[in-house]
Write a protein that binds this ligand. Structure first.
Ligand SMILES: *Cc1c(COP(=O)(O)O)cnc(C)c1O
Length: 360
């Protein structure tokens, strides 16, 4: 049976990438050992590490003012690493609370220092992006943090908040490299790789060099962006296999039209699914407000919880996996990251239409 993989993360990887990794798993480029068995200080690994950094720089047209870091601990570790580096005594950071992930980031920051919410979507059940009023932004914030795509609620920014001179920080874990964007408006971007870029284990951090000077020397080395940057993320053993896989995924993105290609495909995939939801006469309901809909995570429900249970069961039997909504949001969620093919979204759309015909 064919599996249509709509998992939210870790999630589908391009089959070509999995095959390439499999083919050179035992004997990497003729060295007689696996990439997992050699030093992270070897030429072979260093080449991979630098290639991946280079690809990210090129794809996002980053100026030489930016450092690209490969860290561990997932995006969740960034929730605390960010304030540990910058939210020092007497400083205040601003957070936009648009859903489960940005709320977690804000809660972690409060353990470190003064973190205030500038706009919240909580009263709208996180189904619509909150509106950041410029007059509500205090002066002298050390940074403003937001999540570009809320993976659980299924809402996504199309254009990013305008915050003037305050450093803007984004958690892009679930939509990085899914579309082109102007990276120069950000001071720091972070993303766990396991949604759009590869397997779990590596977190990308893109940081503007101007921020590095302000980091207190007392910051522990492993949690210090400046130390990690000075060592090209080779301060200690990096997650070599995750970086290797990510490099293959980045190459795959380049070969498939780059970020423009990804954006066009992702939009088509989202459109075909939202179209089924919107033309179902209320049989299906999109959970996110139309103006905030994500093209990465499509959250929806049906008329009744019985039908929803039946639908989930039938989907699984037909080979569609990963469609159960997050426990915080319930209902269903189709995660359609870069590596999910259009054909799989079309198959899901057709299944939903047929299910409605049989159960309306
Ligand atoms: C998945 C996710 C996280 C958590 O990532 P981990 O790597 O598991 O810590 C954080 N933010 C967003 C937006 C996510 O989608």
């Amino acid at each position: 049976m064919y599996t249509y993989n709509f998992n939210a993360g870790p999630s589908a990887l391009p089959p070509e990438v999995l095959q390439e990794a499999q083919a050179e798993f035992l004997n990497f480029q003729g060295i007689g050992a696996s990439i997992l068995e050699i030093s992270h200080r070897s030429k072979h690994y260093e080449t991979i590490h630098q290639e991946a950094q280079q690809r990210i720089k090129q794809m996002l047209a980053l100026s030489s003012e930016y450092e690209v870091l490969f860290l561990q601990g997932g995006a969740s570790a960034q929730f605390s690493m960010l304030p540990i580096n910058f939210l020092t005594k007497g400083k205040t950071a601003g957070y936009i609370n648009s859903g489960a992930w940005s709320e977690k980031a804000w809660k972690e920051a409060q353990k470190i220092g003064e973190a205030v919410v500038l706009a919240s979507g909580k009263d709208k059940q996180f189904q619509q992006l909150p509106n950041l009023q410029v007059q509500n932004i205090p002066e002298e914030l050390v940074y403003i943090h937001f999540a570009s795509n809320e993976t659980i609620g299924g809402i996504q920014y199309k254009t990013y908040p305008k915050v003037g001179d305050i450093p803007l920080v984004a958690d892009m874990s679930s939509d990085i490299m899914s579309r082109p964007f102007d990276a120069s408006q950000f001071s720091l971007i972070y993303a766990g790789a396991q949604k759009n870029l590869g397997p779990a284990g590596v977190t990308i951090v893109i940081v503007h060099r101007s921020l590095l000077d302000s980091i207190p020397e007392s910051t522990p080395d492993m949690l210090n962006y400046a130390v990690q940057a000075a060592n090209q993320s080779l301060f200690n053993t990096p997650p070599v296999f995750s970086v290797y896989m990510m490099n293959l995924v980045l190459k795959w993105i380049e070969q498939h039209g780059g970020l423009e290609g990804m954006a066009a495909r992702n939009q088509q995939k989202a459109d075909i699914l939202y179209e089924v939801i919107d033309s179902s006469d209320g049989f299906y309901k999109g959970l996110a407000h139309k103006d905030s809909r994500s093209i990465m995570n499509i959250t929806f429900g049906t008329e009744s919880s019985e039908k929803e249970k039946k639908l989930l069961l039938e989907l699984e039997q037909a080979g569609f996996i990963g469609l159960k909504g997050h426990r915080a949001a319930g209902h269903l969620r189709a995660s359609i990251y870069n590596a999910v093919p259009y054909e799989h979204c079309k198959a899901l759309a057709e299944f939903l239409v047929d299910f409605q015909r049989r159960n309306a």
